[in-house]
Design a protein around this ligand. Structure first.
Ligand SMILES: Cc1ncc(COP(=O)(O)O)c(C=O)c1O
Ligand SMILES: [Zn+2]
Length: 414
């Protein structure tokens, strides 16, 4: 789909795509990709979508910044949406849907952004694709660019969880573990791309990551038969998933496909709550410590904060902070209450929903969609903190009996 221009969220100037590959050349603000929606309307209707056999984000090609869908590669997007009636009841909601984006090829939501950015980069014959990441954006880039002929260079904080780093290495990326934070890795990647002419996929900085992420909103709309929920809950680090959801709902609304835009709720960890603070105080996003068990949302300065705040304000949404203990508890609740194994950053969204119900921000009887952004196997050490340790026994029945006396097996009627 041809792009009309890239609109700056800071100074509102509109740039041609070739003149502004990343942030605003005038003021450094984040850019919003503007499409010819009238042109897209002719190609995207409810009926055309219903007849499209593609079970991936490429069904939305008329609203994506690439000329053609890739010919090969694993399907990204069209992740399952399912009812979680037990959790809905426990929270007093009329419906709770879970959209499990941990079921993407590299097991996180970030595959949506990487799929679109890789396709666009390859159309432009980029040879080296680089990214800084807390881990998921990187592993998705490494996964989706593998075998494409382009090389992948990754900057991760040295504290990135081992499973995410293992994914990077198996997919063949050059991995640079930065002795610093995610924010340090981010800045180094920007300098490196300038110095060596690499293509930069950094979240938020690259305006096309949001374009991939918005497809989750398109899918939610379709999967709910174009009757949007009252709320969509998601966790926020850089705020790019949030701004992507907002853009996606807004575009479907502008196309006449969606009657209204749901309220968006951003959930952050208490140690990494820059967006929540800005939302509460009305001041611009500012750097915070960035410390939390939820490594994927451990961000000091959110790189898509301006758009994230707009998304929250324009949808009359909410911003919530949760403690690490609440996040670990939410991992157990999602697993036991809805059969979903979520990484801490993903479970944080559920912890936030719990808080929003307790405070009354989300009212009883409302309908909520919760996005699970990453699979629990992404961070095994955090999962073990949530789940505890197994009991060691000798390989005989006597030892088993005495273990069962100490810890009887509880049964419940289904
Ligand atoms: C599992 C998971 N959840 C949530 C997020 C937050 O996304 P964003 O940084 O776009 O706010 C990330 C980002 O890395 C993630 O990997
Ligand atoms: Zn600008």
């Amino acid at each position: 789909m041809p792009i009309l221009g890239l609109e700056c969220l800071g100074c509102a100037r509109v740039h041609a795509p070739e003149a502004a590959p990343y942030t605003c050349p005038r003021c450094g603000g984040n850019l919003l990709v503007r499409f010819d929606l009238a042109g897209a309307r002719r190609r995207l209707s409810r009926r055309a979508l219903a007849q499209d056999p593609r079970r991936s984000l490429w069904r939305y090609l008329p609203l994506l910044p690439v000329d053609e869908a890739p010919e090969s590669g694993p399907p990204v997007g069209w992740t399952p949406l399912f009812d979680a009636p037990r959790l809905a009841r426990s929270l007093g909601l009329s419906r709770l849907w879970i959209k499990d984006d941990g079921r993407n090829p590299s097991a996180s939501f970030k595959d949506r952004a990487s799929a679109v950015v890789v396709a666009r980069a390859l159309e432009r014959r980029e040879r080296v694709l680089a990214a800084a990441s807390t881990g998921n954006a990187a592993s998705s880039l490494a996964c989706l660019a593998a075998g494409s002929g382009a090389s992948v260079v990754i900057f991760v904080p040295k504290s990135a969880p081992a499973p995410k780093v293992a994914q990077l290495l198996v997919f063949g990326a050059t991995v640079l573990a930065v002795d610093g934070t995610y924010d340090d890795a981010f800045d180094l990647c920007v300098h490196a791309c300038r110095e060596f002419g690499w293509y930069n996929r950094n979240t938020g900085f690259n305006p096309y990551t949001r374009e991939g992420k918005k497809t989750c909103a398109f899918e939610l709309a379709e999967q709910l038969a174009f009757e949007p929920p009252d709320w969509v809950f998601v966790s926020a680090g850089d705020g790019n998933i949030l701004s992507g959801l907002w853009k996606g709902f807004a575009e479907f609304h502008a196309l006449g496909l969606l009657p209204r835009i749901p309220r968006l709720a951003a959930v952050q960890a208490a140690g990494s709550d820059s967006i929540v603070r800005a939302f509460e105080t009305g001041r611009p996003v500012a750097a915070v410590s960035g410390r939390t068990v939820a490594d994927s949302i451990s961000v000091s300065l959110p790189r898509d904060g301006v758009a994230a705040l707009r998304a929250l304000r324009e949808t009359e949404g909410a911003a919530l902070r949760v403690s690490d203990a609440e996040i670990l508890d939410a991992m157990r609740s999602l697993a036991r209450g809805a059969n979903v194994f979520a990484e801490p950053a993903a479970a944080a969204a559920f912890a936030g929903l719990r808080r929003a119900r307790r405070s009354g921000r989300v009212r009883s009887g409302e309908r909520v969609a919760l996005i699970v952004t990453g699979n629990g196997l992404k961070d095994v050490s955090a999962a073990r903190r949530a789940g505890g340790a197994p009991r060691l026994i000798a390989p005989d029945l006597k030892s088993l009996r005495s273990a069962l006396r100490r810890h009887p097996i509880r049964t419940e009627r289904p």
